[in-house]
Design a protein around this ligand. Structure first.
Ligand code: UDP
Length: 269
């Protein structure tokens, strides 16, 4: 086992049971837990064949939830929504809650691959540009002994016939966990629309992480991530695409937080 694998296995092995608790933020139900605990639960759901839909909520997602009711609705239909990033941590603190962990898809992903490999649960990667999910699958299989990636498909599905074919490929794969990486809100809307015809038990909306794990985009250095500044790194990598989301979006998020706290603190929960 590689040292990364040992660390990941140790981190899930250290997970204490019953650590998860249900809270509410911005009117959405959130599972406050840790990455190891969430990972163990997801793999267990897959092994037991339990239909489970999962998403992550960060500051950008909160902004989208206030402007796109169909996204908010999709989020309320998830079995678990995890709290991702420094913005949501601050919001929780303002609501009197100290979150246990930053449960974001990008950090959870390698731990999940480790645990799935250990449990013999296969995975399917759906999303990103042509070839990126396949490249991420190759890299993860190279660094995770025993990991079974049962199939990959890009995330630019043009029409209902292509969607039908992609879902048939996913259902025939025998995977226990499907990662959907089409960005927010597309992936959550895709999951909500198609969940009833996907036979893979655990379906998780994970954002742009195949771009990182394929090597297409470098991830923020650890000190920036620890300081809650991964968004600034991402902005520097893709300024044209992300300027609105992060520069205006962060202001919008903080303004909303301050406004809710002043006028309707109950709405923070
Ligand atoms: N994407 C996709 N299909 C689409 C639009 C986007 O698969 O129709 C992919 C895109 O290639 C990228 C990811 O979705 O890999 C979105 O990344 P982003 O960083 O915006 O996601 P986030 O993690 O911030 O939600």
């Amino acid at each position: 086992m590689s040292s990364a694998a040992t660390i990941a296995r140790r981190s899930t092995a250290d997970a204490r049971p019953s650590v998860e608790r249900s809270i509410r933020l911005f009117g959405l139900p959130i599972a406050d837990t840790t990455i190891p605990q969430a990972t163990l639960w997801l793999v267990q759901q897959a092994r037991q064949g339990r239909t489970t839909s999962v998403a992550f909520l960060n500051a950008h997602c909160v902004n989208v939830a206030y402007t796109r009711p169909e996204y908010r609705h999709a989020m309320t239909s998830m079995d678990r929504v995890y709290a991702d990033g420094v913005g949501v941590r601050i919001a929780a603190q303002w609501a009197g809650i100290e979150l246990q962990d930053n449960v974001n898809g990008t950090d959870l992903f390698p731990v999940l691959c480790e645990e799935a490999a250990h449990a013999g649960v296969g995975m399917f990667f759906l999303g990103a540009s042509q070839g990126i999910a396949a490249a991420a699958a190759d890299r993860m299989q190279a660094r995770t002994p025993g990991l079974q990636i049962r199939g990959t498909h890009h995330g630019y599905i043009a029409d209902p016939a292509a969607e039908e074919r992609a879902i048939a490929q996913i259902n025939a794969s025998g995977a226990g966990i499907l990662l959907v990486a089409m960005g927010v809100p597309s992936q959550e809307l895709w999951i909500a629309r198609n969940r009833h015809r996907i036979q893979v038990p655990v379906v998780i909306g994970v954002g742009g992480l195949f771009d990182y794990y394929s090597g297409r985009i470098p991830r923020a250095p650890a000190p920036l991530r620890k300081a809650g500044l991964e968004w600034a790194w991402r902005l520097a990598q893709e300024p044209r695409r992300l300027a609105r989301r992060y520069l205006l979006g962060n202001i919008e998020f903080l303004a909303r937080l301050a406004w809710l706290r002043l006028t309707a603190p109950a709405a923070l929960n």
